[in-house]
Design a binder for this molecule. Sequence first.
Ligand code: KG4
Ligand code: ZN
Length: 369
Amino acid sequence: MMPDEKDGPDQPDEPDPTMVLGIESSCDETAAAVVRGGGEVLSSVVATQEDLHEEFGGVVPEIASRAHLERIYPVIARAIDQAGVGPDEISAVAVGHRPGLIGSLLVGVAAAKALAWAWDKPLIGVDHIIAHLHAACLDAQRCPEFPAVGLVVSGGHTSLFAMRSALDVQCIGRTIDDAIGEAYDKAAAIMNLGYPGGPRVDARAARGRDDVYDFPISRLEPDSIDFSFSGLKTALLYAVRGTPTGRGQGAAFERDAADLSPGEIDDLCASFQRAAVSAVMLKLQRAIEQQRQRGQAPRSIIIGGGVSANTRLRKDAQSLADRNGLQLHLPQMAYCLDNAAMIAGLACLKLEAGQTDNLTLSASPAGMY
Ligand code: KG4
Ligand code: ZN
């Protein structure tokens, strides 16, 4: 075809790709982003509140919602400005509306409703956990082939999914106690490493030996694809502080993390990380095998959530994918932690599938997965 034929007046115009403004405020990041066609990130603004919560060693819900209120409109304005688009070009407004801290979610949901109403655009509520599974498609070289096994590893979730498509997902495994990110954060607290713990334990693990402490790798029943991290956390506590005398509040420990050398902390971090990541890989392998037995052999593995930034998890997941002959889809580092590009990206697919909401959309603290 000649170039001028392609541009000629008789040719039907290509429909413009969907362009969605996404808003995220479920926990301690206030974020907004503009994404075109599900994967092309035109802007992604994230205002973290880490500094506000650090002195408390965790997220304080009341402080989080107040900070969201102050930041939400400047963050949205910056995302629109950086994308260089006007409201006319935006196809829909999307918001992460579950799960999360209710006071935090409400700020994002109210802002999204106000914009959808003012601009007369569809409103799309997005599940934060399923959005984490879409993060690997943002600014990506290639999209996953389905069916896929999905894994979300975050501060609140450790869940496995059978995915027929990005929108057709079924949860097949979950944690029975702590989430892996929560276990990392508690491990960091036990070792006095500060908050948020995950990245700090990861960095210290790089300097340590992972075979010094024989921490338990949770297996559960032979066919289980659920997770458990509470035993690992207790094993770490005892390794750091010694076996306590007494129980509960009255427990007295032999020592404190401050009594350990930096080298010992590095080894504890590396050994903890080996056990935590190995447990996740074990269940991921079981999930792949179970899906094959059900005649739904996966073609890809898709991983998302804050802990998908973890050095060892990324490396071990690649080895597991190679051993199984599967494609591995991991988010770029910028899209592992909470962000609004994953909300806007998944919403583009929802819009194309006709899955929109209206102004009665509610925020929900409870998760579905
Ligand atoms: O997905 P996310 O930003 O928020 C939730 O939806 O929960 O995940 C945050 C979690 C925190 O627990 C944090 O410690 C953990 O992800 N995390 C990491 C790393 N980076 C963040 N855990 C292990 N290694 C990392 N490099
Ligand atoms: Zn998250």
